[in-house]
Design a protein around this ligand. Structure first.
Ligand SMILES: Cc1ncc(COP(=O)(O)O)c(C=O)c1O
Length: 382
């Protein structure tokens, strides 16, 4: 059993390796940001290499200037940031710190999957609240969260804006969720990885700084996915608790942290252009979708750097459409990557990419839908 699992893992890894090394692949499936970096960000990295500034370890919780910059970016004065190897490492850290065997971890379906694996790995059980579909408005109704809370619920994990749906909680919803978590004596992990792309976003930590742990990423807004830098922002007492046993006590990549600090310094000048571009890309896809009877974009505009397209009305499976685009070296994501329960309904397309990638994607749409009909999808997907 063990070796079978390992072989499946090795095969997936090798497949991904081949993709990363495929020249000209158009990455419309990972929510990564492919905008050219600001020259100041490139210069910060080049300087780090030129000066050989990478021989030393970074401070365990991250450079002080970066920690302060992250807290300031979210306006969470009085809170403490612990820099990590991407947001995912913070999620791992928080799940391992807060959860014990028998505890319950509550999240939505769809959600971001890895934290569920982290929760299970420490013996917690996972409960998911379905939010997919027009009957739910593709969002979490706080009343349904309240109904799902049990005596053992220790953590509520809220991806907001939701990946893959692109919905974001309103101020009223956040206030209600915070109150439900507080009443239950639980903690809220507010995963704000996509906050920068939202039309409107509300931080739970402003309402309950003690019970909220806010997750921050530089992978999406700044485009540093391959460098691995993110953070958890928490109350100083919680930060103290987290600091006792972090997964990486030797500090995150110095190169990545230098890039992140430079990024925060140019954010106001650089990011609005990236945001406008990805919103224009969303609009291109929406217009193309509206021209094709049966293809539906259920959430528009999206508060993330991605959109969801429903393929059911076309009589084709998401996997077939993904496989068809894959033949053209365009990566989009089948819904089953995110959720087994609703994955047969949609594909996800990431839009913080060059305009011509999106133009190619939409121009090919009618042909790819035809190609997907009756297609054998027994192929390796991205
Ligand atoms: C909701 C969510 N949280 C966290 C992550 C991981 O972010 P990072 O690259 O900073 O580890 C992702 C990546 O896709 C994500 O979608």
């Amino acid at each position: 059993m063990e070796s079978l699992t390992m072989r499946a893992f090795e095969a997936r890894n090798a497949h991904f390796d081949a993709l990363v090394n495929t020249p000209g692949l158009r990455w419309l499936g990972q929510n990564t940001n492919h905008a050219p970096s600001h020259p100041a960000v490139r210069e910060a990295m080049e300087r780090c290499i030129r000066d050989e500034g990478f021989h030393v370890y970074a401070p365990p919780a991250g450079f002080e200037a970066l920690r302060a910059g992250i807290v300031a970016d979210f306006g969470l004065d009085g809170q403490a940031a612990l820099v990590s190897d991407g947001a995912v490492a913070s999620l791992y850290h928080v799940c391992h710190t807060l959860l014990a065997p028998g505890d319950e971890f509550v999240t939505t379906d769809p959600t971001w999957n890895w934290p569920m694996a982290f929760a299970r790995s420490v013996g917690a059980t996972v409960r998911q609240i379905p939010i997919y579909g027009p009957e739910h408005g593709y969002r979490l109704d706080p009343a349904r969260l309240e109904a799902a809370m049990g005596p053992r619920t220790k953590v509520v994990y809220l991806v907001d804006p939701n990946n893959p749906l692109g919905t974001a909680c309103t101020a009223e919803e956040i206030a209600a969720i915070v109150e439900i978590v507080r009443k239950a004596g639980a903690y809220l992990i507010h995963d704000c990885t996509y906050r920068h792309f939202a039309h409107e976003h509300h931080l739970a930590a402003k309402l309950d700084p003690e019970r909220t742990l806010t997750i921050y990423s530089f992978s999406k807004w700044l485009g540093l996915a391959g460098l691995r830098v993110g953070a958890v922002i928490a109350h100083p007492d919680m930060a103290e608790r987290l600091a006792a046993a972090p997964p990486n006590n030797l500090g995150s990549s110095i190169l990545a942290q230098r890039a992140a600090m430079a990024g925060l310094a140019i954010k106001d000048e650089w990011f609005p252009g990236v945001l406008a571009e990805q919103r224009a890309n969303q609009a291109l896809i929406k217009a193309a979708c509206d021209r094709i009877p049966g293809l539906v974009m259920p959430v528009y505009p999206s508060n993330g750097n991605f959109v969801v397209l429903e393929t059911g009305g076309l009589g084709i499976s998401p996997e077939a459409l993904v496989a068809a685009y894959q033949e053209r070296r365009i990566m989009i994501r089948q819904g089953s990557y995110h959720t087994p329960n609703f994955g047969d309904r949609f594909v996800k397309v990431s839009v913080s990419v060059p305009r011509d990638w999106v133009e190619e994607f939409v121009d090919l749409m009618p042909a790819m839908i035809e190609r997907a009909r009756g297609m054998n999808t027994d192929v390796k997907l991205f």
